[in-house]
Design a protein around this ligand. Structure first.
Ligand code: ATP
Ligand code: MG
Length: 216
């Protein structure tokens, strides 16, 4: 019996440092999944993010260990049947570049449609991304609004004019003025992060003493 070719799946990719993952990330993924009819959204915590400082000897790590960030992403997404978490960036040596994330996921999903989800702040500096042109060959991009940043792609128009219309699409999502930076600052000064991050993440942060000044 010959096998019917399967219809390509529509897969969202939400890359981030997720230090920690918060409700802004989850709302962005959920809204894009609904609007673009995605079958799955894969959250991909970075290994060592290229734009963020590395830890210095004797100082608290600037970025929390990848395993903590990965586990928080698993906890935060566990209840959503369409959300999954990938270790491709965590397990790759060296600094994380989006193009490598997309290359790796393209190998796993050669026949599916990939949609890379990015907030307005990240969209602003896409042109500085390593091999950004190849990234646009590997996936469609969806830019989502974020409080404090203009959702604008005029700086990309010239570069994308030979691409199909769906290469980059924009979407307004409910404004959540939440950032991981603010969550870290709150946790480090004993202020609440309840309702900014999922309950399980509040508890994980507290259990492991993450972001406390004495945390190593
Ligand atoms: P940090 O303050 O450490 O940079 P962050 O809150 O910006 O953390 P990241 O892990 O850097 O979170 O972001 C991952 C992705 O999620 C990026 O594309 C970013 O633009 C997007 N994003 C983060 N927070 C929001 C938000 N509140 N609304 C919409 N998009 C967001
Ligand atoms: Mg950020």
């Amino acid at each position: 019996m010959s096998q019917q070719p399967q219809t390509p799946r529509r897969i969202g990719i939400m890359g981030g440092t997720f230090d920690p993952i918060h409700n802004g990330h989850l709302v962005a993924a959920s809204e894009v999944a609904h609007r673009f009819g995605l079958d799955e959204v894969i959250f991909v915590p970075t290994g060592r993010p290229w734009q963020k400082e590395e830890s210095q000897q004797g100082h608290r790590a600037a970025v929390t260990s990848a395993e903590h960030r990965y586990l928080m992403a698993v906890i935060a997404t566990a209840s959503n049947p369409r959300f999954t978490v990938s270790r491709v960036d965590v397990d790759r040596e060296g600094v994380t570049y989006t193009v490598d994330t997309l290359r790796d996921l393209r190998k796993v999903y050669p026949d599916d449609e990939l949609f890379f989800i990015t907030g307005a702040d990240a969209l602003e500096n896409i042109l500085t991304w390593h091999n950004w042109k190849e990234s646009f060959e590997l996936a469609n991009f969806i830019g989502v609004s974020r409080p404090g940043y203009a959702l604008d792609a005029t700086h990309l128009a010239e570069h994308l004019k030979t691409k199909p219309d769906h290469a980059l699409q924009m979407m307004e999502i409910p404004a959540l003025a939440i950032s991981s930076t603010d969550c870290r600052e709150r946790a480090s000064s004993d202020r609440p992060i309840w309702y900014l991050v999922p309950d399980g993440v509040v508890q994980y942060v507290s259990k492991h003493g993450l972001y406390r000044k004495d945390h190593t």
